[in-house]
Design a binder for this molecule. Structure first.
Ligand SMILES: [Zn+2]
Length: 236
């Protein structure tokens, strides 16, 4: 089982690890700072250096509970080999900022409307969140955007916590995802921004000020009870 270093330290950019398995173009490590795609957040990219050769990490994904790093080539790589991983930090940091911004905006919309989040996707240059709302009023969206930017300005610290399902159930700040959590979890990772707490395995900034300015760019109807908000961040 790979130790997932990003769960407790989103700012870790380099790390040492040992190869535990090689399968085709993918390798497994005993520990990793690379985020595997999931929860609407794309995977990290970067490099793995091993015995003088540098391999490009093109994609990281979970399969049957294991984390695999897909490389441009696994030639010469074997289990037991020591590697040094380096993240494409520019990409990861952009994804972190968009992910934290999506939490912030979602919470404000959930609190103001009672809506639930039905889907979301983050990119390096934009993000979108879907809500189970019958309509989106432009003026209301402008107010939510303003409120979100005030939260950014306040410089609220973003804390990562691990709680039990019972503790999570009791937390009334929780902005719930419609699909809920997978059953059987004993420890749930929560991203806590003070005014809200969201169960999430993604990577986040330490302080809301790092997000930058949130600018809503698109409102879209994806169905009777599904409305989509897309936004960008400034500076990019
Ligand atoms: Zn999240």
């Amino acid at each position: 089982m790979t130790e997932l270093l990003y769960l407790t330290d989103s700012y870790l950019k380099e790390f040492d690890a040992v190869v535990t398995a090689v399968e085709g173009n993918a390798i497994e490590l005993d520990r990793t700072a690379f985020y595997p795609e999931g929860g609407g957040q794309p995977s990290d990219e970067g490099t793995l250096a091993a015995d003088g050769a540098v391999h490009r990490v093109v994609r990281v994904f979970k399969k049957d509970g294991r984390v695999w790093h897909e490389l441009d080539s696994t030639q010469g790589m074997t289990a037991g080999q020591k590697v040094r991983g380096t993240l494409d930090w520019k990409r990861r940091y952009a994804l972190m900022r968009h992910h934290s911004a999506a939490h912030l905006l979602s919470s404000i919309i959930c609190v103001n409307t009672g809506a639930q989040v039905t889907g979301n996707k983050k990119y390096v240059d934009r993000a979108r969140v879907d809500f189970d709302l019958p309509m989106l009023d432009k003026a209301a969206v402008a107010d939510w955007e303003k409120e979100a930017n005030e939260m950014v300005e306040k410089g609220i610290s973003v804390e990562i916590k691990f709680v039990s399902p019972e503790e999570l159930e009791k937390d009334e700040r929780l902005c719930k995802l419609r699909k809920g959590l997978p059953p059987g979890l004993t420890s749930i990772r929560v991203v806590d921004m003070g005014f809200d707490a969201i169960a999430c395995a993604g990577t986040h900034v330490r302080n809301t000020r790092e997000i930058g300015k949130i600018k809503v760019t698109k409102l879209e109807s994806k169905g009777k009870e599904q409305k989509r908000i897309e936004f960008v961040l400034e500076p990019t």
